[in-house]
Every structure is written in C-alpha cells, then in structure tokens.
Ligand binder design. Structure first.
Ligand SMILES: [Zn+2]
Length: 271
C-alpha cells in the first residue's frame, strides 16, 4: 500500500471544498448529504483520482437537472423526490457506498487496481442509470408496467418500468462511459468499458426494479389510504403492508450499485 501523495491531498482538499460549497448552495444535496458526498469524493479522489471524481460529479449534476425537469408534474403524481429534489445523506450513501468501497480496495490491493476502477465506474453507471430511469420515466405519459408480471402500476411505484425509463438508463450508461473513457487516461480498453458501463446501467436498473417490486417495504397511510414507500405519511406512522421493513429505497439503491459493480467486473474479466 503506497502512501498518498501529499500534493494530491492538497489538490483534493481544495477541489472538494469548492465542489462541496457548490453542491450545497445549488441545493443538489442538503448539508449532511454534501458531507457524505465529500467523504465518497475524497475516497475516490485519493485513490482512483480525478477521472473517478468527474464520473461522480456528472452523475450528481445530470441527475439534479433531470430531477428538476417536470418537477411539478412529478409532484402531482406523488412521485417526485421530496424537499424540492434536494437529496440527503442516506441517498448519497445508498448510491455511493459501493464506489467508495471499490476506491478503498483500489488503494489496499494495487495488484488488482484496474478491477476496482471498473467496479467503481460501473457501480456509478448503475445508480446513475437507475436515477435517470426514474426521472425520465416519470416524464413519459405512456403506461407504467411492473417489471415482474407486467401489470399496470401507478407512476413512481417501485418496480414500475417504462420504455422512456430504459432510454434514460442507456443515456446514463453512455454518459458515464464518455466522461471516463475520453476525459482522462485510464487503463481500460474504451470499447470494453463502453460495453461494461451499458451492461451495468441496464442490469442495475432492472435489478433495482425487481428488488423494489418484490422486497421493498410498503406502508399504508391510515389518513389518506395511499400505499407509500416511507413508514410515515401525512404526519403519522403508516401501517406496514408488504416487503421487508429494512429494505427501503436507499438499500435498493445500494443493491443496484453492487449489481453494476459485479456485472461490470464479470464482463471485464471474461471479455
Ligand atoms: Zn397520507
């Protein structure tokens, strides 16, 4: 395990401080979310380097833009991100823990560093894809079908998929690839990396939908009688109706990230 270059630490501190203020002031993340994002960003910056941080940044920025497009319509559907789209630390850790873990392994096991950089990039491709699938899918006016059984479900329901959504997922996989493949020198063959990010994007989004439909906890609000993802609604405790209580949206996101990393690495090692 090589020591981290002190100049890189200074650079990372300066860049991340600037980005932290920007992310917080533009309300992409709340204060706790920004602190969590800086921790993930520092782990990636000090190991994988600038290219990895740019991938994380594109994910955050493009997701924030798509979250805000059609926000009023999404809110009317009851499917918008809460708090005007400002995301918190649970969201950051659900989406970013696998990337941070891969970055730490990159540092402690340098012999396999290329595998961990693929894992990091592909985990981001998956959660980026899942985020865009949701935000773009909610803009579609067509039917939303459950991924298991193809029944019509309401927009925003965990497990619901649309063609638009898959278009968003593919866009995220492609954007992840362009940034990492062209923005910075890296040890990966560009075409293999493109296949890896696209596979991870589609697989991560699909697994996220399946787990969301079959395992995620659901609750019925006794005030408005709506089935919701959160154990609280209308200012009171909602009644648990199905799924596992510990599998909330953030756990599903972490499973999505892990799926992306595993699929990306499996492809990379096999190809
Ligand atoms: Zn309610």
């Amino acid at each position: 395990m090589a020591p981290v270059d002190p100049y890189l630490i200074l650079e990372a501190a300066a860049v991340l401080a600037f980005l932290g203020v920007l992310i917080w002031r533009t309300k992409v993340l709340d204060l706790e979310g920004t602190v969590a994002a800086l921790a993930v960003g520092a782990a990636v910056y000090l190991t994988i380097g600038r290219g990895g941080v740019v991938v994380l940044l594109i994910f955050l920025a493009v997701s924030a833009v798509f979250t805000r497009i059609g926000y009023e319509r999404k809110r009317a559907l009851g499917a918008a991100e809460l708090k005007g789209g400002v995301r918190g630390w649970r969201n950051v850790l659900g989406n970013g823990s696998v990337a941070a873990g891969a970055a730490i392994l990159y540092h402690i096991d340098p012999a396999r560093s290329h595998v961990y950089s693929v894992a990091m990039v592909c985990s981001v491709a998956a959660v980026f894809a899942d985020t865009l699938a949701t935000e773009v899918g909610l803009l579609s006016r067509g039917k939303v079908l459950s991924i298991v059984g193809f029944r019509e479900v309401r927009p925003g329901e965990p497990g619901g998929v649309t063609l638009y959504g898959y278009g968003g997922a593919a866009l995220a996989g492609f954007l992840t690839w362009t940034v990492y493949a062209f923005g910075f020198p890296n040890p990966l063959h560009p075409f293999k990396l493109l296949v890896a990010t696209m596979l991870s994007a589609i697989a991560g989004t699909t697994v996220d939908s399946v787990v969301g439909q079959l395992l995620q906890g659901r609750y019925r609000c006794s005030a408005c009688n709506t089935v919701v993802e959160h154990p609280e609604h209308c200012g009171q405790t909602a009644v648990h109706v199905s799924g596992l209580k510990f599998v909330d949206n953030h756990v599903v996101n972490a499973i999505c990230a892990l799926t992306g990393a595993v699929v990306g690495v499996a492809y990379f090692l096999a190809a």
